[in-house]
Design a protein around this ligand. Structure first.
Ligand SMILES: Nc1nc2c(ncn2[C@@H]2O[C@H](COP(=O)(O)OP(=O)(O)OP(=O)(O)O)[C@@H](O)[C@H]2O)c(=O)[nH]1
Ligand SMILES: [Mg+2]
Length: 447
């Protein structure tokens, strides 16, 4: 991975002044996916990704393709044009906002006399810079290696085809690649073992936390939607919120009390993006377990973004790929953020359609709409809650204290003999623990 200066501490990143040209190739005959996004927004996103590793974008060009050329992806004429642009700006790097085969990458590097990185490579670089925890770093390195390994295989088959007619198979190139592949394979196996250890420790922590009776509410959403800003405002925590793609990588959790006094744990996570490299989705599955096990998921959306509909599809696709249960997706609340960007009267209106997910408009920046948001969280959790009655004898004070510490006590009645009846509200996750502790002394009344 890279060993450049820290993007967070370098501020504008100007002093590093690594100049880059961004090239966004797209098919002239748009397929379904690209047609839902504006070209401008795609180019902006590509520039944003480049800036996320403090690159100084000196030029950005969208390139229309009739077809993908196997040798260079983009057509001859455009390759020449961009060569001139490279000669003019002398960038350190050209970002190609699409997938390149290793052969295409190498050919373009030769043509333009500069290093070329494709979208997956760029996202991996960003994640490499952002990862802070041991687990995050392991996950990114693993993803990076899987990516490299795939490229070695492909370039090898290409070489094989080139040499095929001459009987040079088994030449030095092949041996080199074979041993590279083996080395990468060994490293991957080692990383996987280390990651398993870290994940196990993390699970222990999570189980310990589970003994706290608070429901977990997870924020998910497209990168830059405003998850961390909302998280900070709600919990008054200082989590890095930046106009930067993938500002947050490692999940962060903080406690918070709702208006009903119900305490929850809010979790801020990594943002999603279209065409998230599959290696990364796989690698981050462990981290995103917080989301998988959340009692409620809030989908934070940037309502001011021209592509917010396409972004929603991307987020739902990643949630599916991660295996977030359909019922969790069903109870998901959509948080339409950044409504301060709209003049009054021009704001997107929440639908009353029962088939649509519940939604609430807010501004994480101004705090507008927070009352409604918090009430919706309260209501949704209450809806999922289970109620039960506990009957305790006078000498069962320890159990009584435990019930107060772990459940949400709604009502208490004492009789003359010192016996106590408690009505408690429990999250679904808590129910089994109460059942274990109280057995026949507990009767479910609802849920
Ligand atoms: N105008 C406006 N800007 C906002 C609002 N909420 C967040 N932003 C801005 O949007 C940018 C991204 O905010 P973050 O909170 O870092 O977004 P995120 O979803 O955590 O992004 P990642 O961690 O990269 O996935 C920042 O520049 C915020 O100041 C809002 O309600 N209104
Ligand atoms: Mg964030």
């Amino acid at each position: 991975m890279t060993n450049k200066t820290d993007a967070h501490s370098s501020g504008s990143g100007r002093e590093s002044s690594r100049r880059a040209i961004v090239v966004h190739p797209y098919m002239k005959r748009p397929n379904e996916r690209s047609s839902t996004r504006t070209l401008d927004a795609r180019l902006e996103e590509a520039k944003g990704l480049a800036r996320a590793i403090s690159l100084d974008v000196v030029a950005a060009v969208a390139v229309a393709l009739n077809e993908a050329r196997p040798s260079t992806l983009i057509g001859k004429g455009k390759v020449e044009e961009l060569k001139a642009l490279c000669a003019e700006h002398e960038p350190e790097l050209v970002i190609c906002d699409g997938q390149l085969t290793p052969v295409q990458q190498r050919n373009l590097e030769r043509e333009w006399n500069t290093k070329v990185l494709d979208r997956t490579g760029l996202i991996l670089e960003i994640f490499g810079e952002r990862a802070r925890t041991a687990e995050g770093r392991l996950q990114v390195e693993l993803a990076h290696l899987s990516y490299q390994k795939g490229r070695l295989v492909r370039s090898w088959t290409h070489l094989e085809r080139q040499r095929g007619g001459f009987g040079f198979l088994g030449g030095p190139g092949e041996t080199q690649i074979e041993s590279d592949r083996r080395a990468i394979g060994d490293r991957i196996a080692k990383l996987k073992r280390e990651l398993e250890d870290v994940t196990r420790t993390r699970k222990l922590h999570r189980d310990a936390r589970k003994r706290v009776p608070f429901p977990v509410v997870a924020l998910v959403g497209y990168t830059n939607a405003g998850k961390s800003t909302l998280f900070n405002r709600l919990t008054s925590a200082e989590v890095l919120a930046k106009d930067q793609l993938f500002a947050t990588l490692d999940p962060t959790m903080r406690g918070l009390a709702l208006p009903s006094k119900r305490r929850i744990i809010l979790s801020d996570t990594v943002g999603f993006i279209s065409e998230l490299p599959t290696q990364l989705v796989a690698a981050f599955r462990a981290t995103l377990e917080e989301v998988l096990e959340a009692d409620l998921v809030l989908h934070v959306r940037d309502a001011s973004h021209p592509d917010w509909m396409a972004q929603k599809e991307d987020v739902l696709a990643v949630l599916d790929e991660l295996g977030v249960a359909p019922q969790a997706q069903e109870s998901m609340i959509e948080v339409w953020n950044k409504i301060d960007c709209f003049p009054p009267g021009k704001r997107p209106a929440a639908s009353n359609d029962k088939r649509e997910p519940k939604s609430v408009s807010i501004s994480a920046l101004t705090g507008e709409g927070f009352d409604r948001l918090l009430k919706m969280i309260d209501d949704a959790l209450a809806e999922n809650a289970v109620e039960a009655d506990l009957r305790l004898a006078a000498d069962e004070g320890a159990d009584l204290a435990w019930a107060y510490a772990n459940g949400d006590v709604l009502k208490r009645t004492n009789d003359t003999k010192g016996r106590v009846k408690l009505r408690v509200a429990l999250t679904p996750a808590l129910l089994p623990r109460f059942e274990r502790r109280f057995g026949a002394r507990m009767v479910r009344t609802q849920g």
